[in-house]
Ligand binder design. Structure first.
Ligand code: ADP
Ligand code: MG
Length: 618
């Protein structure tokens, strides 16, 4: 039930805001809330549909559309239509390079470890901003449909998402003006929607099979004392319902003896047949035959034929299930529940094969494309303390993290994490020969450490002198059941180690916590923009440092004229770093990167030919 609270000093009646659950998907996203009857329910804003395709189209005038409307531009205007942004979230170019042909829009190919960026027209976007735009659309639809403001959310991510992908999702939420109560694993949300894991006395091992539009994953979860532990995940990030559509499309091309190249060239026709193939696939989930035309091309297929076409793909997913069980060191007989997630599990063959493999009927009573959002809404409601029947486990009231370059807060244990909790991350040095590393520990939700509460500070001393980026410093946060936080720092190459202990809640009142949370919500948008500006600056400074060093050391591979021009461009970059905004800085970095790329390539070629020469016998 939405709570009504009365402000005693003013006498005004305030309707408390509604908390939502969001499934931010690769193909589709959706938002759910707890309805006045206390049940989770997906939001359908004025007939626009429950599923919002995770697609953004940018018009030349700078305006944009999200969802079904944007989907129409996938073929008409591919460079300005961004899809599958979830695949880029929290990733570097290095991570996504193997799949770069998959994306039709421009991904900036700075060969760095920093997070990937996308260029649309003249503007640069991070995947965080783009995901933020999808979340904003969802938030607005919910506000419109529910006629109230929506400020707090639980957002789901795949179980295999790493720290950086989770943090990126959190930041996307912040940018959309949402206070992200918790990032929850998709399989956890799905099982909660089925009521599995709600009772803290229950102990269970379950499998969650998730086949979406373009990705497949299976998770083995162990539920104990209300805690969901991921025992293993497996899957294929390029296997999903899109492959089923593709199989039908290929079949029609063959059946009608169409010229593949000709069809592909006529993008309008191609897209029309592709969409018809998806329509056929969906129809075959509930009927035995599909019969239609695109222009005068017959598009017919039987369920039997369709199942023959996709049999291998489905088998592949079953092999992943087998691998996951093996990694978790358990057998199918130990799996007590199987939960189906993702639109593609509506295909009867998928249901059949999964149930056969696990030797039990898989749960599919809840719409598989809605189940994650519904579970997220339930989790949000629990976290908000609205479910008196469910015990809320001890959680950390504020995020815990350390200071990184530019005075930024790097969260290691996020707010609302269960206690006890353990998390860590690896860092490195930014300067050649750096032998000390200052570690400052903070508590709070703001992006700049200066706005947060400092808990401790210490030096990790005696790191052997190495080039920048070589030392590997693991920082671990271990928060025990008594609320004592142990911070461990260890340089892995040398074994140099240092640790301290603090009690984060010491001297902290409830009012202070509340105030810190309020401040962070109020400043969320500016905080994230500031973070992105500082990150761009840091990246630019690193680039200046690297290029200057490169020019110094490798003068024989670079002509004096090139050196001169490079220095001029570096000066321009330095100036932009001082005065420019984020986009100007990114543009300038991209320019220097393009200009110096041939130098590095030349050096690589030289290195390769030298090493080959080394191998020849004279
Ligand atoms: P994601 O989690 O990747 O964002 P979804 O769970 O929304 O994606 O799944 C989208 C996929 O589900 C699409 O390939 C879509 O064609 C497919 N799908 C939706 N409904 C059906 C259906 N009735 N039968 C088979 N496939 C379906
Ligand atoms: Mg999904």
């Amino acid at each position: 039930m939405a709570k009504i609270s009365i402000n005693l000093s003013t006498g005004s009646v305030q309707k408390e805001d509604i908390i939502v659950g969001i499934d931010l998907g690769t193909t589709n996203s959706l938002i759910a809330f707890i309805n006045p009857e206390g049940n989770p329910q997906v939001i359908n804003d004025t007939g626009k549909g429950v599923l919002v395709p995770s697609i953004i189209h940018f018009h030349p005038d700078g305006s944009l559309v999200v969802g079904n409307e944007a989907k129409g531009f996938l073929v008409a205007d591919p460079q300005n239509t961004v899809f599958s942004v979830k695949r880029l979230l929290g990733r570097s170019y290095h991570d996504v390079e193997p799949h770069k042909d998959y994306f039709s829009y421009k991904i900036i190919d700075n060969d760095t470890e920093s997070l990937v960026k996308i260029k649309v027209g003249d503007a640069f976007y991070t995947p965080i901003e783009l995901s933020g735009l999808i979340l904003k659309e969802l938030k607005e639809r919910a506000e419109h449909a529910l006629k109230t403001s929506v400020n707090r959310a639980v957002i789901t991510v795949p179980a295999y998402f790493n720290d950086s992908q989770r943090q990126a999702t959190r930041d996307a939420g912040k940018l959309a003006g949402l206070d992200v109560l918790r990032i929850v694993n998709e399989p956890t949300a799905a099982s909660l929607a089925y009521g599995i894991g709600l009772n803290p006395d229950e102990e269970k091992t379950i499998a969650v099979y998730d086949l979406g539009g373009g990705t497949f994953d299976v998770s083995i979860l162990k539920i104990q004392n209300g805690i969901f532990e991921v025992l293993a995940t497996n899957g294929d990030t390029f296997l999903g319902g899109d492959d089923f559509d593709q199989a039908i499309l290929n079949y029609w091309i063959d059946e009608n003896k169409l010229d593949r190249n000709l069809i592909f060239k006529d993008q309008k026709l191609f897209q029309a047949i592709r969409l018809k193939a998806e329509e056929a696939k969906i129809a075959l989930s509930s009927q035995n035959i599909f019969n239609d035309f695109v222009n005068d091309i017959p598009c017919a297929i039987t369920k039997l034929k369709f199942e023959e076409l996709i049999a291998n793909k489905v088998k592949q997913t079953i092999m992943c299930c087998q691998n996951a069980l093996q990694d978790a060191s358990i057998t199918t007989s130990e799996i007590q529940e199987v939960v189906m997630v993702g639109g593609s599990t509506r295909t009867p063959l998928v249901k059949k094969e999964v149930s056969a493999f696990f030797n039990r009927t898989a749960h599919d009573q809840i719409n598989p494309d809605e189940v994650v959002a519904l579970g997220a809404a339930l989790q949000a409601d629990i976290l908000a303390g609205n479910r008196k029947d469910i015990l809320l486990l001890d959680v950390t009231p504020l995020s815990l993290g350390i200071e990184t370059m530019g005075g930024l807060m790097d969260v290691i244990i996020p707010r609302n994490a269960k206690v006890p909790s353990k998390a860590g991350r690896q860092y490195t040095t930014s300067i050649d020969g750096q032998v000390n590393m200052k570690i400052s520990v903070y508590q709070g939700e703001r992006d700049l450490v200066k706005e947060n509460r400092k808990l401790a500070e210490f030096d990790l001393k005696g790191i052997p002198s190495m080039p920048a980026g070589y030392p590997k410093v693991d920082i671990n946060f271990i928060l025990n059941a008594d609320g004592i936080l142990k911070i461990e720092a260890v340089e892995l190459r040398s074994g140099v180690k240092q640790e301290v202990q603090v009690k984060p809640t010491y001297g902290l009142t409830d009012q202070e916590v509340e105030q810190m949370l309020l401040d962070s919500i109020e400043n969320a948008k500016e905080d994230v923009s500031q973070r992105m500006l500082i990150e761009a600056r840091t990246e630019g400074e690193q680039m200046v440092y690297t290029v200057e060093r490169f020019l110094e050391k490798n003068s024989k591979y670079v002509s004096p004229r090139e050196t001169n021009d490079a220095m001029t461009h570096l000066e321009e970059l330095k100036q932009t770093l001082k005065t420019g905004d984020k986009d100007q800085i990114l543009k300038s970095i991209d320019f220097v990167n393009e200009f110096t790329r041939p130098f590095a390539e030349r050096l690589m070629d030289m290195a390769i030919s030298t090493s080959m020469r080394g191998k020849t016998i004279e």
